[in-house]
Design a protein around this ligand. Structure first.
Ligand code: ATP
Ligand code: MG
Length: 592
C-alpha cells in the first residue's frame, strides 16, 4: 500500500533531475538482482533487476525516528515509487553498543505508519547491515592482500597527531608498509579476540597527503568487545560506518544512495571502497552513487537521536512518544497524520544548502490535511458558567433544547451532530468581559451574542468573587432567534460564542501542548539545549466537550470550533475517560 495524496504534480528537484538523467542514459540498466543482496559472483547468476532505481532508508536502530528521518523516508520511498523503483528498509546496525531490537520494531512501525512499505510485489526488502559482516570481513582481507589496507598499531593519540590538518599533510604510519601477510595475520588475530580494544585498527592505504582528510588512510575496522543485538558475541571487530555503508549499498544494488550533506566529504572514500572491491571482483558493477541533500532543521525542537534520548532518559518528557517530541511516535500521538507529514516533506522539498524550516510550516501542513477531514465539535477550554435566567419561563422548567450542527461544514453527507442547550452552560472565560475593551463583541453586560447553533442571548451581568474573579455570567434568552429557524436572523449580533450545556456535556481532560523549547534554535552552536526548555510546555485542563465525543475512538482527530485540532489520546483516552491532546491551534500565531 502506498500513499495516494498530493493532488498536484510533484515539484522537480535536483535529485529528480539526476535520476531522470541516469534513467535516460541507462547508467544502471545492466544491474542484476534477484531480490537477495549479493556479491559479484552471486549476482552474476541473477536476472536483470526489474526495479528501475533502488533507494534505501538506512536508520541506525539506536533510537526512535524523528521528523528529520521522516523527510528522508518520504524522499527515498517517494522517489522509488515515482520512478518505478524500490526502496529498501535497511537497519544499519554496525555499531553494536547502542542498538536494540526494540528500536528496530519502532522503526518499522514509523515507516509503515507514514504510509510506505518495503514489501513490493510480494518481495520484502528489509535488510540488516550486520548480515553483511562476513562479506565486509572478506572485503577487508582482499584489500589487505591487494596492498590496499594495513593493520596500524600506532596509539590512538599518534594516529590522530599523524593525520595532519587541513593545511598540513599527514605523516605515514610506521606500520603502513608492513607486508600484506603480516597485516592479514594481525587482522585475523584481531578477529579472534587476541588484541585489546584500541591497540590496533585496520586502515585503508590511500594517501596521507590527500587534501581531503577522509582519504588519509581512514580506519575501516576497529576492535570492540561488544555484544551485538543480532550477531551476539560472534564478532569483536566491527566495520566503520564509512566502509560499511558503500558495501551495504552495493550488495543491495542500490542505484541512488541519498544521504545528508555532512557525508559529502566522504563521497570520494565511498567511491574508493566500491571501486577497489569491484576491481578485486567482489562487488558487481554498475556501482551505487551517493548524492547528498540538506538535512532538515526544524525550529523549536531538536532533531538528534542522542538529544532526544537525553530528554527521555532524564525525564524532561514522558517517553519517546511524548506529544511534545518531534519523534514520529510523538507527532503521531500529538495528532499529526501521515498525510500531513508527507505534505510537509513535499512542501519543504530538497536542496543542497542547509537551512532552518519554521515549525509553523509543519503546523500549516497539518491544518491543510485535517481541515477537509476532521469532524467538528464544540469544547470549552477555560470553562466559565453562564446562567440563562429566563430559561424556565421561555423554554419551560428543566427543559433541554435540541440543537444540531453539521459534522463537517463542507460534507453535508456526513450528517449532523446533536446536542442540547439548557439553562446552565459552560462558555469560555475569555468570551466574557466585565469591562470590554474597544472592539470586543462577545459577552459583556448589555450586549447580545449568538450561542453558536442556538439562540441569541443578552448579557445582564456577572457574579464576582472577593478577588474580582468572575464566577458566573447571567444572560437572558431572546425568544424566536434560534439558529436555523425562520426569522432567526432578525436580531443582529456581532459576536458568536461556542458553548456546551452543563446538563449535557461530557467531562474531558484536555492537554494543551506548547513548544518544548523557548528558543527557535535550542541547540545551535553546541549550546545547552536543556537551558531552553519551556517550563509551560504542557497544561492540563479538566473541562467539558460536546456529548457526542464520548464515543470517539482513541486516535481520532477532531476540530474544536474556534480552538484548533485535537486528537483523542491513543494511550489514555477511553469511553468514560475522555482525554484530548491539542495538536495545533486553528491559525498560525500562538494563542490559547
Ligand atoms: P541522529 O543524529 O538523529 O542519530 P542520524 O543521521 O545519525 O541521525 P540515522 O539513523 O543514521 O540517524 O539516519 C537514517 C537516515 O535518516 C540517514 O540516511 C540520514 O541521512 C537521515 N536523516 C537523519 N536525520 C535527518 C534530518 N534531520 N534530515 C534529513 N534526513 C535525516
Ligand atoms: Mg547516525
Amino acid at each position: 500500500m502506498q500513499p495516494t495524496d498530493s493532488s498536484s504534480p510533484k515539484a522537480s528537484n535536483f535529485l529528480r533531475q539526476i535520476i531522470e538523467a541516469d534513467l535516460a542514459s541507462g547508467r544502471d540498466a545492466g544491474r542484476r538482482f534477484a531480490g537477495v543482496p549479493g556479491d559479484a559472483r552471486q549476482l552474476a547468476a541473477a536476472p536483470l533487476d526489474t526495479a528501475r532505481i533502488r533507494t534505501r532508508f538506512p536508520p541506525e536502530p539506536n533510537g526512535y525516528l524523528h521528523i528529520g528521518h521522516a523527510k528522508s523516508i518520504c524522499l527515498n520511498f517517494g522517489l522509488a515509487q515515482d520512478y518505478g523503483g524500490v526502496c529498501h528498509l535497511r537497519l544499519d546496525d554496525t555499531n553494536p553498543e547502542k542498538e536494540d531490537e526494540a528500536y528496530v520494531q519502532a522503526i518499522r512501525d514509523a515507516v509503515r505508519w507514514l504510509g510506505f512499505d518495503w514489501v513490493v510485489g510480494g518481495v520484502g526488502h528489509e535488510y540488516f547491515a550486520s548480515d553483511y559482516f562476513d562479506f565486509m570481513y572478506r572485503g577487508a582481507c582482499a584489500l589487505i592482500e591487494a596492498g590496499l589496507a594495513y593493520v596500524d598499531e600506532q596509539s590512538p593519540e599518534d594516529m590522530r597527531r599523524n593525520r595532519g590538518t587541513l593545511t598540513e599533510p599527514g605523516v605515514n604510519s610506521p606500520w603502513r608498509d608492513r607486508p600484506a601477510a603480516e597485516s592479514l595475520a594481525r587482522f585475523e588475530a584481531m578477529r579472534a579476540g587476541k588484541h585489546a580494544e584500541g591497540s590496533m585498527v585496520l586502515r585503508a592505504k590511500i594517501d596521507m597527503a590527500a587534501p581531503n582528510i577522509n582519504l588519509r588512510d581512514p580506519a575501516i575496522y576497529r576492535i570492540k568487545f561488544a555484544y551485538h543485538h543480532r550477531t551476539g558475541d560472534r564478532w569483536c571487530i566491527y566495520p566503520m560506518y564509512t566502509y560499511a555503508h558503500p558495501i551495504e549499498d552495493a550488495l543491495e544494488r542500490i542505484t541512488h544512495s541519498i544521504c545528508t550533506l555532512e557525508f559529502e566529504d566522504q563521497r570520494p572514500f565511498y567511491d574508493w571502497v566500491l571501486d577497489k572491491l569491484a576491481d578485486l571482483g567482489l562487488l558487481a558493477r554498475p556501482l551505487p552513487h551517493q548524492h547528498e541533500f540538506a538535512r532538515l532543521n526544524l525550529t523549536y525542537v531538536v532533531t538528534s537521536k542522542r538529544k532526544l534520548a537525553q530528554l527521555v532518559s532524564e525525564g524532561h518528557v514522558a517517553g519517546w512518544d511524548d506529544p511534545r517530541l518531534p519523534t514520529i511516535a510523538g507527532l503521531r500521538r500529538r495528532g499529526y497524520t501521515p498525510g500531513s507529514i508527507r505534505l510537509f516533506a513535499e512542501r519543504i522539498g530538497v536542496s543542497k544548502s542547509d537551512s532552518w524550516i519554521d515549525y509553523a510550516t509543519l503546523e500549516g501542513a497539518l491544518r491543510d490535511d485535517l481541515d477537509p477531514q476532521a469532524p467538528r465539535a464544540m469544547a470549552v477550554l477555560d470553562p466559565l458558567k453562564l446562567v440563562i435566567t429566563n430559561w424556565d419561563e421561555v423554554m419551560g422548567p428543566g427543559m433541554l433544547d435540541d440543537c444540531q450542527a453539521p459534522v463537517h461544514p463542507h460534507h453535508p453527507e456526513w450528517g449532523l451532530r446533536r446536542f442540547k442547550c439548557g439553562r446552565e452552560l459552560w462558555i469560555e472565560r475569555g468570551d466574557y468581559a466585565q469591562d470590554p475593551p474597544k472592539g470586543f463583541f462577545r459577552l459583556f453586560p448589555g450586549n447580545r451574542v449568538r450561542l453558536k447553533y442556538g439562540h441569541v442571548i443578552a448579557c445582564t451581568g456577572a457574579t464576582l468573587d472577593a478577588d474580582g474573579q468572575v464566577t458566573e455570567v447571567q444572560a437572558m434568552l431572546v425568544p424566536d432567534t434560534k439558529s436555523g429557524t425562520p426569522g432567526a436572523g432578525a436580531v443582529k449580533v456581532k459576536g458568536v460564542i461556542t458553548w456546551v450545556a452543563a446538563a449535557d456535556a461530557a467531562p474531558a481532560e484536555i492537554r494543551l501542548y506548547d513548544r518544548l523549547f523557548t528558543e527557535a534554535q535550542p541547540d545551535a552552536g553546541g549550546r545547552d539545549f536543556l537551558a531552553a526548555l519551556n517550563p509551560n510546555s504542557l497544561r492540563r485542563v479538566q473541562t467539558w466537550v460536546e456529548p457526542g465525543l464520548a464515543a470517539l475512538p482513541a486516535g481520532t482527530s477532531v476540530q474544536f470550533e474556534r480552538h484548533g485540532y485535537f486528537v483523542a489520546d491513543v494511550r489514555d483516552h477511553a469511553p468514560g475517560r475522555l482525554v484530548f491532546n491539542r495538536t495545533t491551534t486553528l491559525r498560525d500565531g500562538r494563542g490559547a
